[in-house]
Design a protein around this ligand. Structure first.
Ligand SMILES: *Cc1c(COP(=O)(O)O)cnc(C)c1O
Length: 382
């Protein structure tokens, strides 16, 4: 039986060639391919600076660290995301404060952010869920009013735009991931993009042990062996092997997103007659990256439909289990689920359907036919 995964990379011969070229070169890490990838990513999103790292999680971690907040600061974020978003807050000794989502976009709701602000709030991390940009104007207004710093977790949203401007230059720092299911891939990889030169300098240090060779006369004249460790950094460096793949993938990002949009439109057309499904919508003022195509069930339990589709080779998934439900979070940051009615409702009914640029029109048709058959097989009526 065929199996259609929920997400998959699209690797061509030119991707393979560019990686092989690096393998034959002198530089496997911290070389020219990393510089080129950073330059091209910055230029693509229209930003000044990019720091490439070994994962989106590392990118989030150094972005939070670069904020230089006093320990125990509160950072407001969405619970409807991958665990890495709020884990980055914990790595740095801060407190994640979850705010409920907008049930339409599933992005953090600006009104809910306002409700969660306290005297200890210092920053907001917002996530462009599924590749649909957040209510950025409203979030920026809140940040201005309360003097808060902003990190955009755009791991789903490379190549999308908000009010005609590419995602990447709105927040103080914007974070991308290049995991295989994301808009482009480097195997594992991530990046922080910023307009701020001071943050850029800090991010570069934090990526590589906090070490600089720029030591002034710390060890006296002629100490060309000298280096200094200025911050408690890590080794989060991206290899040139990854970066070469990134450069070649980035050249195809617009066609990847175009294909994702075509497939999403095909789904929406094919499924619009099924009254027991709520289909995802796009707001006027954004372009959508369609990292995920999600459906909401009405009058039917997910536990009935999910295995039905899995048995038919459809790689359905659930994005996401709200972060506060994980046992680690329950132990350390117990939350009352009633505080998040929209997150709870969406989580209980959502299913992610397969969507990736290498998917065929026939694959969408196959999923659609199976969903139509489910209506009678599972005696769905609303
Ligand atoms: C994938 C993802 C991350 C983490 O990225 P990795 O590259 O897998 O470490 C963080 N936040 C969101 C919203 C993601 O989807």
């Amino acid at each position: 039986m065929r199996f259609i995964p929920y997400g998959h990379q699209l690797i061509d011969d030119d991707d393979i060639l560019s990686v092989v070229e690096v393998l034959k070169s002198d530089w496997l890490t911290t070389g020219p391919a990393v510089d080129l990838f950073e330059k091209e990513l910055a230029s693509y999103v229209g930003a000044r600076h990019t720091v490439a790292v070994n994962s989106g999680t590392s990118a989030l971690d150094i972005a939070v660290q670069a904020l230089d907040l006093p320990r125990g600061s509160e950072i407001i974020t969405t619970p409807f995301t991958f665990a890495a978003t709020s884990n980055a807050i914990l790595y740095n000794g801060h407190i994640p404060i979850f705010a409920d989502i907008d049930p339409i976009t599933r992005n953090i709701h600006p009104d809910e952010i306002r409700k969660r602000i306290s005297s200890k709030t210092r920053a907001i991390i917002y996530v462009d869920y599924a590749g649909h940009p957040c209510a950025i104007d409203e979030i920026e207004k809140i940040a201005r009013e309360h003097g808060l710093l902003l990190i955009e977790d755009a791991c789903h949203a490379l190549g999308t735009s908000y009010k005609g401007r590419k995602i990447g230059t709105f927040a103080d720092m914007t974070v991308f991931s290049f995991h295989p299911v994301k808009p482009i891939t480097t195997g594992e990889g991530g990046a922080v993009v910023t307009e701020n030169s001071e943050l850029y300098a800090k991010l570069r240090l934090l990526r590589s042990h906090g070490i600089t060779r720029d030591v002034g006369d710390m060890f006296g004249e002629g100490a060309s062996w000298g280096y200094d460790m200025q911050l408690l950094g890590r080794n989060y460096r991206m290899t040139d092997i990854q970066a070469a793949l990134g450069v070649s993938q980035l050249r195809k990002i617009d066609s990847f997103i175009e294909r994702r949009n075509e497939l999403a439109a095909l789904y929406t057309r094919a499924l619009s007659d099924l009254e027991w499904l709520d289909l995802p919508r796009t707001q006027e003022h954004v372009t959508h990256g369609w990292h995920l195509y999600t459906i909401l069930l009405k009058g039917l339990e997910r536990s009935t439909l999910f295995p039905y589709l899995k048995e038919r080779g459809i790689g359905v998934n659930v994005h996401y289990i709200p972060t506060y439900k994980f046992s680690y979070y329950q132990r350390h940051y117990p939350q009352n689920a009633n505080t998040f009615p929209s997150t709870e409702d969406i989580f209980s009914r959502i299913i992610t359907l397969p969507l990736y640029p290498g998917m065929s029109d026939e694959d969408v048709e196959y999923v659609s036919v199976r969903l139509h058959e489910a209506e009678s097989d599972l005696k769905i009526s609303i």
